[in-house]
Design a protein around this ligand. Sequence first.
Ligand SMILES: [Zn+2]
Length: 362
Amino acid sequence: MSSRDDFTQEAKRRLAHRAGYRCSNPICRALTAGPSDATSDATTSIGVAAHVSAASPKGPRFREELSAEERSSIDNGIWLCQNHAKEIDDDPRRFPETILLAWKEEAERVAREEVGIPAGEAPYLVKVEAFAERDEGGRIIVFGKANLPNDTKLMISVRESGGGWLYGQDKCAVRHGAFSSKGFSDKGDPLPAKRYHIEIFSYFNVAWRQPEAVLSGVGSLGRRLIGPQVDKVDPEFEDSEKYVSAVFEFPVGNHPSSRSEGYSEGAALEAVKAAVLTVQGRGKSSEPVGKVVEWFLGVPGLKAKDGWSARELKDGVYEVVFSYWEGDSTSLAKWTVVAGSRQVTYENRNAKIMSYLSDEEK
Ligand SMILES: [Zn+2]
């Protein structure tokens, strides 16, 4: 008897069907079924019901604690093309269970949305994630993930926080769901430690000369694109050209070799307490954060839990937290400080509330 816990034919068929007979890898989505030229009723399939956790003990992502039944259950399967079925088994560290299950969930969600929608009109939900870090030379590199077709051209711009002064722009292309910029600098010198406004954008009109394969993926003029990171060039018209615009704000610290000496967690904490912040939608606070927090502690039901604390996230970017009780539940207000520029920003909703007091309230 075999020691492999394989899927039944029925389970394989259901996995394929649930994924719309497409590879579940989000950057592939290849159709896995079609006709064969052999005879007029022959079929061909390049789909594989791959095991999330291996069918036998020496296989990738094998989990001893699963029963044979669980191992051969459809819940432990993912539908992939042959290439990606091989890739995930050759490199289980790059493709852990969590990633495969996320692919599967997304593939089934998309398939569900596409049922009954004419090809070429199905919505394409865009997701762009970005990060910024300094390289060895202190230049700022913007990199991330984008579920756009291979070779989609992107533009990356780096501005002052809030979208002001432009420090630089760079073109790059999506490769296998990822992108990375050149290093941004000030004529070779490192850009200052501060909060930056980073936009990743892409258009699909003639001027941008996107490859044909990209346009067939996102629709002409990006018309299939949907999601919070997609905008219309002219919002007044339903059939307007669309573009991708993903905006991020990050604090970027000092280069490790040019640390601002003498800055500490205590200094970061004092900087937050002393900061008089401008809060979106409300304006400039009449009191510094420390005083506003004190004022909130006078509100019934609110009391300090662990109170204030600070830690260095990395390279001169500090996180300052105030922990408190809100009735029976614990809450956190979070700010960041960039040591180089002493720039203080609220990072969550609680901190936004605790950063503002009007003249009448104080
Ligand atoms: Zn594939």
